[in-house]
Design a binder for this molecule. Structure first.
Ligand code: HEM
Length: 361
């Protein structure tokens, strides 16, 4: 009897540890509500400032969600992506994979509100993961708890930015890139569900529309009517001119001005397609996965999720079960938000997210 009781206690403890490790996604040095004493208003300030910006400009939500991915994938969630270039240090912002990132000015605004209430307390890395969580909710996705206590890096890692996945990657490359950051095939499929919201510029998919892979034909994995729609959005002449160019390059960011697509008054470089071009449903994710099953993935990298047995299986499951996707997306965002964080004495709290605080330069 006594022995049974001990086993039960042990099972309970193991269960608790498993649950905690699931919630903290493997990083026990982050805490729930880390700022409860040093800055109890911090979450409210981040949330309310973001919502105020969002009411004027809803593109901020997808932009911040993308930003957190580009931060956490490169040397962990340390806000290194926010650092500006200096004479002594290059910036991740200037590298090709990051050149269409947006929302840096919105992050500055949230940070200045935080500095007004608690100077030098809340890190930019925590600001970013909390704002990304709020952005997911604003985009119709699931709420998930984020632990806090991250510190900011005093360094930018432009060279590591080139490890970010490319829109032109095939499935094995994508799986390998995400595996290098500890994500499984299933989690890779789940993470890409973030492409349920926001905009995508034509230059990132135009090569699929005409002379794909050295042929004279569009990408055969694309639904022909969908390819036609994308061609009409991106403007034939401009697109053909660009289709022979090298890898996708930088361009000014564009904001959506039509309910279904980017504005036709924009130049070819600026034209873009809404990820949720069929209209924003209440179910973040479902249109993305259903679209993939119909050959309507906008980027090659997205459509490739249907090219592998295991990944296609998850695409099918998510297309038919949005609650399952939301649960998995919440979990994988918690994991993404905890990659290689700096805590305790490691790192610093920047007062301006663009500049290293402890720097001598
Ligand atoms: C194979 C991996 C991925 C690739 C190659 C990729 C690439 C891209 C590209 C090229 C764009 C369009 C940017 C533009 O036109 O300005 C984009 C947009 C976006 N990406 Fe990804 N991405 C990937 C994974 C992710 C992940 C894991 C997330 C978040 C968890 C994410 C979130 C977003 C969001 C929200 C947008 C819309 C941004 C906006 O409207 O401002 N992406 N992505």
């Amino acid at each position: 009897m006594k022995y049974d009781g001990k086993i039960n206690l042990l099972l309970l403890l193991i269960g608790y540890c498993l649950l905690t490790s699931l919630i903290s996604s493997g990083d026990s040095s982050l805490e729930y509500d880390y700022y409860r004493e040093s800055c109890p208003q911090s979450l409210h300030v981040i949330r309310s400032t973001l919502r105020r910006i969002y009411d004027r400009n809803s593109t901020v939500a997808p932009a911040i969600l993308r930003l957190v991915f580009h931060d956490c994938f490169v040397q962990g969630c340390d806000a290194s992506v926010l650092l500006d270039r200096t004479v002594f240090m290059g910036s991740e912002k200037d590298t090709l994979p990051n050149q269409s990132l947006k929302a840096f000015d919105h992050i500055d605004l949230i940070k200045s509100e935080l500095e007004n209430v608690c100077p030098g307390v809340v890190s930019c890395a925590d600001l970013l993961v909390v704002a990304a969580r709020e952005s997911v909710v604003l985009a119709g996705g699931p709420y998930y708890p984020v632990h806090t206590g991250r510190k900011d890096s005093d360094h930018s890692y432009p060279e590591i930015s080139y490890e970010l996945p490319s829109p032109l990657d095939d499935l094995p490359t994508t799986i390998a890139r995400f595996a290098s950051r500890g994500f499984t095939e299933k989690e890779t499929v789940t993470l890409l569900g973030a492409h349920s919201t926001g905009m995508i510029h034509c230059k990132f998919f135009e090569r699929r529309l005409y002379k794909f892979g050295g042929t004279d034909q569009p990408d055969p994995s694309m639904d022909p009517e969908f390819a036609e729609l994308l061609r009409s959005v991106c403007n034939n002449n401009q697109t053909q001119a660009h289709s022979s160019s090298a890898a996708p390059s930088a361009s000014p960011s564009a904001s959506p001005s039509s309910p279904t697509t980017g504005s036709s008054s924009k130049t070819g470089e600026e034209r873009s397609m809404k990820m949720d071009y069929e209209g924003r449903g209440s179910s973040f994710g479902i249109l993305y996965y259903q679209g993939l099953l119909q050959g309507k993935g906008i980027m090659f990298v997205d459509q490739q999720l249907t090219a592998g047995e295991e990944t296609a299986n998850w695409v099918r499951q998510y297309a038919s079960d949005v609650s399952m996707f939301h649960r998995d997306f919440a979990q994988v965002m918690m994991k993404l938000s905890s990659i290689q964080v700096l805590t305790g004495q490691n790192g610093e709290v920047r007062t301006n997210c663009r500049e290293v605080t402890s720097s001598l330069w």
